[in-house]
Design a protein around this ligand. Structure first.
Ligand code: PMV
Length: 314
């Protein structure tokens, strides 16, 4: 078995997080400056079927079948084996590294699982289609937060901007005029499962109010799609702010995210909002060439622990 590698990018949600779980549309784009990479190499001396996973960044070096049941990496490998209907996977070592911050709303979990599936499939000489990669990654996403919308596995598998609606055929998004986002990290790690669970509980208690917020977010997403496809990225700024306000109504922002949004706006950003599950992780700010430097400086000054500049095109 020869050695093979595969990479998968990070992602950001531009509009529509949380409401997308309740069948509203959302827009997400790949972030190619950050990626998870998996490298699968034959291990001729190892016992039959022994698959070792090594992830030096998180001090992991273990046979996959000794990881806890339900561990996302173990599930990724076992599901791939079942998908190919193999008795065992040829003995190999899979090495994983990633520059995508974990639990920060940038799709790290889906990217790792997709990179592993692709590297391992190539290494064992079996083809897997994008639809199957995405479907298997969706199963792993369920481990992270029970009821995922499927947006992460979709955008990361296809590596294209998507206008995503649950249970609908894939719609990629044509970005007529590229635009720039600064992705700024609060440094707070927040589990998507917690915020998704809290929104679910909130909706159970106040269904009417939550439905109004979800559909208002859906309208914003539809307007954003038009602006993106017609080449008016400047119109996205106010839509981002409205989306952030509505996420606040769902109680998924936090003072640190609000502070970064404010800092971005005060320093000339065209719009800003949290991105992903919320209560930590990253926010995004829409900038142009003139405002980019000032906004970056202001975000660092306001406490951002990491910045990623991303050109949104496709
Ligand atoms: O935290 P992230 O980037 O994985 O985003 C979660 C997005 C949600 O809409 C909150 C959940 C989902 O499954 O779509």
């Amino acid at each position: 078995m020869p050695a093979f590698s595969a990479s998968a990018p990070g992602k950001i949600i531009l509009f529509g997080e949380h409401a997308v779980v309740y069948d509203q549309p959302a827009i997400a784009v790949p972030v190619t400056g950050i990626a998870a990479t998996a490298y699968a190499a034959a291990d001729v001396l190892a016992p039959t079927g022994q698959v070792i996973i090594q992830a030096p960044d998180i001090n992991l070096d273990s046979p996959v079948n000794e990881l806890p049941m339900g561990d996302p990496i173990r599930v990724t490998v076992e599901n791939l084996q079942a998908f190919f209907q193999l008795d065992h996977i040829p003995a190999c070592t899979i090495r994983v590294s990633s520059t995508i911050p974990i639990a920060a709303g940038l799709g790290s979990g889906a990217a790792i699982s997709i990179a592993i599936m692709r590297a391992l499939s190539k290494a064992i000489g079996l083809e897997i289609q994008d639809t199957d990669v995405s479907a298997l990654a969706y199963e792993v996403e369920k481990i992270y937060h029970g009821t995922p919308s499927g947006i992460d596995n979709t955008v990361i598998t296809y590596e294209k901007p998507v206008y995503y609606e649950r249970n609908q055929p894939l719609k990629t998004l044509r970005i007529k005029k590229p635009f720039k986002m600064i992705i700024a990290d609060t440094g707070i790690r927040s589990l998507t499962s917690t915020t998704v669970g809290d929104v679910r509980k909130g909706r159970e208690q106040e269904q009417d109010r939550y439905e109004v917020v979800f559909s208002a977010i859906g309208s914003i997403v539809r307007s954003a799609r038009q602006a993106i496809e017609k080449g008016h990225p400047d119109r996205l700024g106010p839509l981002m702010l409205e989306n952030h306000e509505l996420l606040d109504e769902l109680n998924v922002t936090c003072p640190e995210l609000d502070n970064l949004v404010q800092a971005a706006m005060d320093s000339g950003a065209l719009g800003a909002k949290l991105s992903g599950g919320g209560r930590g992780g990253n926010m995004i700010a829409l900038v142009d060439d003139e405002s980019e430097q000032a906004v970056s400086d202001a975000l660092v000054e306001a406490g951002a622990t990491n910045l990623i500049q991303s050109q949104i095109s496709g």
